[in-house]
Design a protein around this ligand. Structure first.
Ligand SMILES: Nc1nc2c(ncn2[C@@H]2O[C@H](COP(=O)(O)OP(=O)(O)O)[C@@H](O)[C@H]2O)c(=O)[nH]1
Ligand SMILES: [Mg+2]
Ligand SMILES: [Zn+2]
Length: 358
């Protein structure tokens, strides 16, 4: 492993600095494998990984998955994330001549293409973000009618995460077999009617609404995210027509074992497109935003904010605030405004203050 990555590091840096390649180190002589410059480069997509091994779907032959490690010279093009490879990454790789014990052909990732979008979770303890999925088109915010009941504060934070990651949000409320009341529809109307977010009500148990969900997913890469227990794995299995994910609580012992694959897996859909089942997010922190940036994540305030007496206006305490007046008049959803206030209070005024919070 060490020698292989060393050899490939050398060759890789060579292939990217055409013409001004450094003199090869003498240790290269001891390596028998073919030089990387001569090896054919393939394009592929990372479907899942353990942090060390990554399962890549080759563009030219999607059925023939390749298990890859990462060349030592691969650097993240994304300075915010120290992590090198993420599920969903588009990569270039070479085939090595081995087979892994798992039976897959072996390869080596030598280049990660620029990420178009990302679903990231912020690890407050580490003060870093972790990319759960890259290059997805949309974020399906999965909630349930009950067990556990949907949480609008969580939905509102997911919408910010989607916006930050350049993902189109979709709201999907599962378990409608447990009772979809007019009050629930009314409570969630703001998302479809005011914010224009595609909203689906479905049941993985009865199959109701699943055809609508399929239509929305078709041909797109969709990250499925939501708290534990809402039915992400059940829906994934249903959409794929086979049991690929374990349903029900995952034993902490299994989930944290060293050799277990990460909980993020991407599956090609029969209708075209991909679905990514991500782990249940227990806590969702909004990445390093400051108070004055929050407004842009509330487009439903926008028609009024220009009318505030003070500009900028935090819409929290200033006199003659048009946003607050619109809330009082029922023109802005009161709970959305409440969540804005809650987030505003949780965020620091200045960027540097984030550093002290860690
Ligand atoms: N009543 C009902 N239960 C469901 C539905 N979808 C999933 N479940 C159940 O909810 C529990 C959690 O499902 P799971 O897919 O593991 O959720 P995940 O943690 O989000 O992956 C399981 O017991 C499922 O059988 C549904 O549409 N209706
Ligand atoms: Mg699950
Ligand atoms: Zn205001």
């Amino acid at each position: 492993m060490c020698s292989a990555s060393y050899q490939l590091s050398e060759a890789h840096s060579g292939s990217h600095t055409r013409g001004e390649r450094p003199a090869p180190s003498t240790s290269i002589r001891f390596i028998k494998r073919k030089r990387l410059d001569e090896a054919q480069l393939y394009r592929g997509r990372v479907l899942e990984g353990t942090g060390r091994q990554w399962l890549v779907e080759p563009q030219e032959d999607p059925k023939r998955l390749v298990e890859c490690t990462v060349a030592g010279t691969v650097v993240s093009e994304d300075p915010a994330t120290p992590q090198v490879v993420a599920v969903g990454d588009e990569v270039e790789f070479v085939l090595t001549d081995e087979r892994s014990p798992s039976g897959y052909p072996q390869g080596l990732i030598v280049h990660i293409l620029q990420r178009r979008t990302k679903l990231a979770r912020y690890r407050r303890v580490e003060g870093k973000e972790q990319i759960l999925v890259s290059n997805a088109d949309q974020l399906v915010i999965l909630q349930a009618i009950a067990e556990p009941a949907y949480n609008r504060f969580l939905i509102d934070r997911y919408l910010i995460v989607a916006e930050l990651g350049q993902l189109q949000p979709v709201l999907c409320v599962n378990k409608i077999d447990l009772g979809l009341t007019p009050q629930v529809r009314q409570d969630l109307r703001v998302y479809s009617d005011t914010l224009g977010i595609p909203t689906i009500f479905c049941s993985a148990l009865t199959g109701e609404g699943i055809d609508v969900l399929r239509q929305i997913l078709q041909g797109k890469i969709s990250a499925l995210s939501g708290p534990s227990g809402v039915g992400k794995s059940t829906l994934t299995n249903l959409l794929l027509g086979r049991a690929v994910q374990q349903v029900g609580p995952i034993s902490p012992k299994l989930g944290q074992g060293r050799h277990v694959t990460t909980m993020v897996r991407m599956f090609p859909l029969p209708e075209g497109g991909y679905i990514v089942d991500t782990p249940g997010i227990r806590e969702l922190f909004v990445r390093e935003l400051t108070r004055d940036e929050l407004e842009r994540f509330f487009p439903d305030f926008q028609p009024w904010q220009a009318e505030c007496l003070y500009r900028p206006c935090s819409h929290i305490h200033e006199p003659e605030c048009a946003v607050r007046a619109a809330v009082a008049d029922g023109k802005i959803d009161a709970l959305r405004y409440e969540h804005y206030c809650r987030l505003w209070r949780s965020l620091p005024k200045y960027q540097y203050q984030w550093k002290r919070r860690r």
